[in-house]
Design a protein around this ligand. Structure first.
Ligand code: FAD
Length: 512
């Protein structure tokens, strides 16, 4: 019997697990090398006392039957066995300066578009035109299934190809149009001061392209982006089970130090304890920077990759400070996702400060806390994750003290909104960008690879192949700005297709 080609994969994050499963389905022998003791990478959760702290998924694209992503996930998971929670309200925003006509200062962003439109019309009938336009823009995105199924496009010019192509171009046209409008542009159009302030505060006062808001809203209304009960690690573990059931092997606690090459072709991996694992090709799904500049020593680069390293092409996605609490009450009377102003701003020594706070109660997932209790998380975005990374590296005692002070300052502010919460805290957890780097190696502690910039439909310069290197492939959330779990499965599937092509195999999938 002919031997199966062997692919060594770096990383058991979502990209690596998905790519591994697709390759197993297509007659490859694959081995995943993972530095951590568990699968998932960034898509993870961890135990703290009797609570489970979730470090990732608030929603996963593809929870609605029939959509492109549902179809894709169904190749790897039995989605019917997973319970998805769909929030009634996406986000509640407390305003600082205005109240609605009923005297409320909280604006509710309903996920159901009709309900959202009726709610806004009730608050401000004189803004009917703007409200309808806002809803229509979101509905325009809904007309397209994502990702557009370009792989099914007939190659030979035909009427079908023409129709499909024109739909795709229309989609690009809509994206292009919406990416020019910011939340401030939209806010300025409302006559109602309440709606105006609410839209200015969509991102805590920051200016963002409306497309970044509209796309999730389009999928929430369709119930396409639910939260999987059980959380992030449970999701990753299901993918790992699928991979091993297909015959794949995961080597945990096995960091890769070098990608070995001969005559500009990969030959294997050098892992911990100087062990070499030979193979026919290498697929890295680990951090792009470490892959290109450490494991391959920067030997296979082009001008674009060098500029990327120097921050000249794209910005790295924010790092996150994630402070979570295990609470002895369930706090069900409070919205699950709430943003509100602070009397006194919260400052981080990394140079970032916040005048508003975001609380996220997980009371809708009973698997994360014992009955009657819940987990609450506050996340803070920073562009200076390096501060925390350096602090931990250079002064562990000061790192711990700084974390403790930040948490204490945070609880002081939470007390104002949730009186008595200090007493209800049973456990505290604080994951910094240093934590992200330590556990997953993601460059600068980034949470989602590259930040989508002004051109949010731009592709990433980190491609599936590196210049001048044969039998090497790369795929991860660094492959498309914005990252996220859907990008990871997409990357894993597409790179598996490319590997099949190079090994002259026809790509096929089976249903889970
Ligand atoms: C706080 C937070 C919230 C998020 N929320 C969401 C959300 O709601 N929805 C969503 O879609 N996405 C969300 N994301 C983003 C999402 O988690 C990531 O984009 C996605 O999981 C990336 O998967 P990946 O496999 O490409 O990369 P990674 O998860 O980084 O996987 C890479 C893997 O490679 C391993 N590795 C690295 N170096 C080596 C080495 N030398 N040797 C061996 N193994 C190595 C790492 O340990 C890791 O397991 C969130 C992320 C964070 C941090």
């Amino acid at each position: 019997m002919q031997q199966k080609p062997r692919i060594n994969i770096i990383g058991a994050g979502i990209s690596g697990l998905c790519a591994g499963s697709y390759l197993q389905m297509n007659g490859f022998e694959t081995h995943i090398f993972e530095k951590h003791s568990i699968p998932g990478g960034l898509c993870t959760s961890w135990d703290k006392g009797e609570f489970i702290i979730d470090g990732c998924a608030h929603w996963i694209l593809g929870s609605d039957k029939g959509s492109g992503f549902y179809h894709m996930w169904s190749e790897l998971l039995n989605l019917e066995s997973i319970e998805f929670h769909h929030h009634e309200i996406r986000l509640s925003i407390e305003l600082k300066n205005n109240v609605d006509k009923y005297g409320n200062k909280v604006f509710h962003m309903y996920n159901d578009l009709n309900r959202l439109r009726d709610y806004m019309l009730d608050l401000s009938p004189e803004d009917e035109k703007v409200i309808n336009r806002f809803v229509q823009d979101i509905r325009a995105i809904q007309a397209f299934d994502l990702p557009p199924k370009m792989d099914k496009l007939p190659m030979i010019p035909s009427i079908v190809r023409g129709i499909k192509m024109s739909r795709y171009l229309k989609f690009l046209f809509i994206l292009n149009k919406q990416r020019k409008v910011t939340n401030y542009d939209l806010a300025a159009k409302f006559k109602s001061p309440f709606l105006r302030e609410a839209f200015e505060l969509l991102y805590d006062g920051q200016k963002f392209k409306m497309l970044i808001f509209n796309f999730p809203q389009a999928v929430f209304d369709k119930k396409s982006a639910g939260y999987p009960i059980g959380g992030s690690l449970a999701w990753a573990q299901k993918l790992a089970e699928k991979y091993t059931s297909l015959g794949g092997t995961i080597h945990y606690n096995t960091p890769v130090h070098k990608i070995l090459t001969e005559n500009n072709q990969t030959t294997g991996l050098l892992v911990r304890n100087k062990v070499v694992h030979p193979c026919d090709a290498v697929l890295s799904t680990a951090d792009w920077y470490k892959t290109v500049f450490e494991y391959l020593e920067g030997k296979y680069v082009n001008d674009k990759l060098l500029k990327l390293k120097d921050g000249k092409i794209m910005d790295v996605y924010y790092s996150i400070l994630l402070v979570s609490f295990g609470l002895k009450k369930d706090y069900k009377e409070y919205p699950h996702f709430f943003r509100f102003p602070l009397d006194k701003k919260l400052e981080s020594p990394c140079g970032t400060s916040w005048e508003r706070l975001e609380t996220h109660f997980y009371h809708y997932d009973p698997t994360l806390a014992p009955a009657g209790k819940t987990v609450m998380a506050c996340s803070f975005y920073t562009t200076n994750g390096q501060y925390w990374i350096d602090l931990r590296k250079n002064d562990r005692v000061k790192y711990r003290e700084t974390k403790a002070k930040f948490v204490n300052d945070l609880i002081d502010r939470l007390e104002v909104k949730y009186p008595g919460i200090r007493e209800d805290i049973e456990v505290t957890d604080f994951a910094t960008p240093a934590t992200v780097l330590r556990y997953t190696n993601n460059w600068q502690g980034s949470a989602q690879g590259w930040l989508p910039g002004d051109n949010i439909i731009a592709s990433s310069p980190v491609k599936f192949k590196l210049p001048g290197l044969k039998k090497f492939f790369y795929a991860s959330h660094w492959g498309r700005p914005g990252g996220g779990i859907p990008v990871a499965i997409n990357q894993g599937r597409d790179v598996a297709k490319l590997i099949c092509k190079e090994f002259k195999k026809e790509f096929k999938t089976t249903k889970a």
